[in-house]
Design a protein. Sequence first.
Length: 361
Amino acid sequence: METPPQPGAMDALHEAGIWAALTLQAGPPWLEQFWVYLTSHFDPKSIYTFCFPLAHGLDARVGLMVLWIGLVAEWLNVVLKWFLFGERPYWWIHESGLFSQEELEKLPLRQFPVTCETGPGSPSGHCMIPGAALWPLVTALTAEVARSTRSRVLRLIPFLAYTLFLVAMGLSRIFVLAHFPHQVVTGILAGSALGWGLQRCPPNFRVFRFFVAVAVVLMLSALALHSLATAAGIDLDWSLRLASAWCSDPAWLRPDTRPFASLCRVVGSALGLALAAETPLRRRDEDQLLDGRLRVASTVLALLALQLVHRLPRPSDAAALYRHVVVHYAAGPFLVVSVLPRFIIALRNFLEPSQVPPHTN
């Protein structure tokens, strides 16, 4: 009689993660809806389409830092996933050989439309990228609260909300079988450390050439790493085959979860920052945006515009999809920082000409 394979240290860690997912999936239905909503609506793409324009409406520099740290974090997350070879629960449980077919049939594990991500699993991008990108927003809110009150408890509220959000996101990723617990913990710690570090050395957001160079360097370095690994006999696309083999529904395999789609988001966002740097607002326009009504209008319009842009039909061909992602994510910063504020100011000046400030050199 053939003896079953003995689990190693990582297998024991993965098996504990499976039981954690089982415990979460045994919860009440309303909690299931919460986990699925959280993981599907606040994925890394929401940093570009929601958090960045919202933070920019509160404070332009904070918004730019959110986007900058987010794109660096996503690039680093892709590289780490390539070389850490992290498993995902929904395929590991079948590939590990630790569970018989009878045991698998008895385990009440379920997949969801957001389960079948195609890249490797470690560290969790859903935890690492928001953990890094939201750091400047949280510190800015903390500083604002500190100016308004001396209460230490109130000053802790932004960081408490940040921590609770990341913990909830981590639990949601475990729930949908996208990550093991150690992967979300690693993502949270790596993201927080990266956000703290990058906030201490902000770039000059008015230098066009810097962001063009960033886009080129990040893409070429990632391609070079991929090519070197392939030449060395390392298969960096192994996760695509496992995802295709073990996803419950092939329609749940989304091309935008592939590592190269993430790199295209990074490159597009960096190019968008370059376009914004090349077309800065005039000082008088910046002064007009101090008007609370204009800032709110510009922020709401930016949120709506980005949602519209990212709901446009996507091509099915992989190469066309990657070009589509670059263009769409380049359009975001350009619209938020340059185009829409000018439109709002021009509209206000047309409707209320008496409010136009005198020209100053």
